[in-house]
Design a protein around this ligand. Structure first.
Ligand code: PRX
Length: 660
């Protein structure tokens, strides 16, 4: 990196000549050539890449089918298998002995598996699933922590054409139940416990609880991986230890060749209304973009050690742990633990120990590690040898320029490009991002669309706004890895992503954005709906409100908003009207704790509000609508400057502004 050009506004960080020369996409001209290719022949462009990166059993002859828009189909007459592409193909190419996964457990134990071993393990698991009656098209819920078994379980589902739905280990029994019911999963794969930050936490017990909550009759079997050996409840008619299920299973399993549109997975994510939605992804288009973005954005090469710190319970873990790097025959880290255990130098130590060359994490983690390093020199990245790093990535939320600069300087030694990748569960892979050998970077900007992705900023009528003017982020053309539908709710899919306001023609991301007047670079300005981003986790305010009002003995009414937070990006702030007089002091604290515990039970600990404020009422218009915009000001501790004349009860704002 040549560093910042001080005369330029905004500050541009140029990739070094060596980075440009060695990159898969080398130089701005190469980028523009790809964009022009896509512009000139959109289908031809994606077809070329799909042939180049994916091994097809039956080659496709059709590329994009728009007949039933917005239910687009890609490569529909082609057949393939995702697990074949990620495993067998690498073994066939002579990479059988190459390390596929370096697993580091919470306590530091390291286990490595080669491509041949991972293939054998996946096949045995696939055969075990078949023996439990799982067939092509069935759903399997995976509720397990970061592990080789977790990756192998996903690959095993893909191998037999079962659709996996991974549920993050931090979700509660209730959330798990909802997902089991919605997917009608036949089998649940879990572990006795998970281990994080030196603590053992239950998994199987939560599955047991979920299955007692009703609506889970589809679930015939629970396969349990032994992680800690803790004693767990065992229902012999339903539960099977994974070791027993695997015993005697063959190491080979013929892949089930599926059509490109076959649902590879469902992943639940929060929207602005209702329950989390099951985002349905395809096999062919999804795998193409997973592989392509890993190749171009991360510039993955044969000798890289790639580390994406996301959990496999989120889309980032799907695309950049289970599928992308493996499809390219890469070597990757899978980490069970947390960044702060045994101390906040864990990430840096692991980069040093495993000679990680590409590191991909979330701004929240960076911000919390900055804080930790400021308080304790011993965990500062400078104490570690991070010279193996050549590329850094950021994902999940906007990265503030100060955190970007620190990441660049202290982790990347001033030499590593940072790819600030904007994308979503629904997009399957990167949408707007720098490419390391192409894009001069600006801290806080995700820069330019990935080649072939037609992103734009529009006004409420769908008309593009001039650069320099904020608006709504949309994607103008369908792309291969896009969401196919919301599982079981096609109408909601249409309404959420292809709204009538844009005549059903534009994909609505749900984010606001602005393009730099000079460079055209995109900066994401935050969600334009009632979705919060807390530590890079997406949370619907309505979901949290429903969880609060479901505490019927206490809560009369609740409204939830976000407020900016130095570490977590946004923090959840809940305003609550109780069915009893407004509490204060210790009593208020006790009730707030009770409500937090309740939310933890309903959704999971990640949804616990940071602030809970009690009021006799909520600010409402005369027609009874809660004025969230005012609540956002109150949550920030700002004086309310907006017009409150339409407010039924202006005095309430002062009351809600008071901490107890
Ligand atoms: O608001 C955007 C934010 O995260 C949302 C997507 O969340 P999720 O589906 O959970 O996927 C997260 C991992 C891809 C987006 O709508 N977001 C994601 N990446 C960025 C971002 N905001 C700003 N900059 C990013 N790089």
């Amino acid at each position: 990196m040549s560093g910042a050009e001080t005369t330029q506004e905004p500050k541009l960080y140029h990739p070094s000549e060596a980075t440009v020369a060695a990159a898969h996409v080398s130089g701005m001209e190469a980028y523009q050539k790809l964009c022009a290719e896509a512009e000139a022949d959109y289908e031809g462009y994606w077809a070329r890449l799909a042939r180049d990166l994916i091994s097809w059993k039956t080659p496709f002859t059709k590329v994009l089918n728009q007949d039933n828009a917005p239910f687009f189909k890609w490569f529909e007459d082609g057949t393939l298998n995702a697990s074949y592409n990620c495993l067998d193909r690498n073994v066939e190419r002579g990479l059988g002995d190459k390390t596929a996964i370096i697993f580091e457990a919470d306590g530091g134990e390291v286990t490595k598996v080669t491509y041949s071993e991972l293939l054998a393990r996946t096949c045995r698991l696939a055969n075990a699933l078949k023996a439990q009656g799982v067939k092509k098209g069935d759903r399997v819920v995976i509720y397990i922590s970061m592990s080789i078994d977790g990756v192998a379980a996903m690959q095993a589902c893909a191998r037999i054409g079962a659709t996996h739905s991974v549920v993050f280990g931090g979700f509660s029994a209730q959330s798990l139940r909802d997902r089991i019911e919605d997917t009608q999963a036949k089998v649940i794969i879990t572990a006795d416990q998970q281990v994080r930050g030196g603590k053992s936490l239950p998994l199987k017990a939560i599955v047991d609880e979920a299955l007692t909550l009703g609506g889970c009759d589809s679930a015939q079997k629970v396969l349990i991986v032994k992680r800690t050996g803790a004693e767990v409840g065992f229902n012999p008619e339903r539960d099977v230890w994974m070791d027993d299920a695997l015993a005697g299973q063959s190491d080979s399993c013929e892949p089930e060749w599926v059509e490109a549109e076959h649902p590879l997975f469902l992943l639940y994510t929060s929207g602005s209304t209702g329950k989390p939605k099951g985002v349905q992804h395809s096999t062919g288009g999804y795998l193409l973009h997973a592989a392509l973005t890993t190749k171009w954005t991360f510039d993955l090469k044969a000798d890289d050690v790639f580390w994406c710190t996301a959990d496999i319970g989120w889309v980032t873990g799907h695309t950049y742990i289970t599928y992308g790097p493996l499809a390219l025959g890469g070597t990757e880290i899978v980490f069970e633990g947390v960044p702060t255990y045994p101390d906040a130098g864990r990430f840096w130590k692991m980069i040093q120990d495993h000679k990680v060359s590409i590191f991909y994490t979330a701004p929240t983690a960076i911000r919390s590690l900055i804080k930790a390093a400021e308080g304790n020199e011993a965990v500062h990245p400078k104490q570690y040898d991070l010279s193996s790093l050549r590329l850094l990535g950021s994902v999940g939320e906007p990265i503030n320029p100060a955190a970007w600069e620190w990441y660049h300087q202290h982790v990347g030694g001033g030499r590593c490009p940072i790819v600030d990748t904007f994308w979503q569960t629904e997009t399957g892979g990167h949408m707007i991002t720098p490419l390391p050998g192409v894009t001069p970077m600006v801290p806080g900007s995700c820069t330019l669309p990935f080649p072939g992705i037609q992103a734009a900023v529009v006004d409420e009528t769908g008309k593009e706004v001039p650069w320099g003017q904020g608006g709504i982020l949309v994607v103008k053309k369908p792309w291969p890895s896009m969401i196919r539908t919301i599982w079981g709710d096609p109408e909601r899919f249409k309404k959420s992503y292809y709204p009538e306001d844009f005549k059903g023609q534009l994909y609505l991301a749900g984010d606001g954005a602005i393009r730099d007047a000079k460079t055209g670079y995109f900066t994401i300005t935050g969600r334009i709906d009632d979705v919060l981003n807390v530590s890079g986790h997406r949370m619907g305010t309505m979901e949290i409100e429903s969880a609060l009002v479901s505490c019927t003995e206490l809560v009369a009414e609740a409204a939830v908003v976000g407020r900016p937070d130095d570490t977590t990006g946004e923090a959840i702030c809940a305003f609550v009207v109780l069915k009893r007089p407004r509490p204060s002091g210790d009593e208020a604290k006790a009730i707030a704790k009770q409500l937090r515990d309740h939310i933890s039970k309903e959704i999971g600990p990640i949804a616990k509000p940071k602030d809970i404020r009690f009021g006799d009422n909520l600010p409402k218009t005369r027609s009874g609508k809660i004025m969230r915009r005012l609540l956002r000001s109150v949550a920030k501790g700002e004086a309310v400057t907006q017009d409150t004349s339409t407010l039924e009860n202006p005095a309430i704002l002062e009351q809600l502004g008071q901490a107890y």
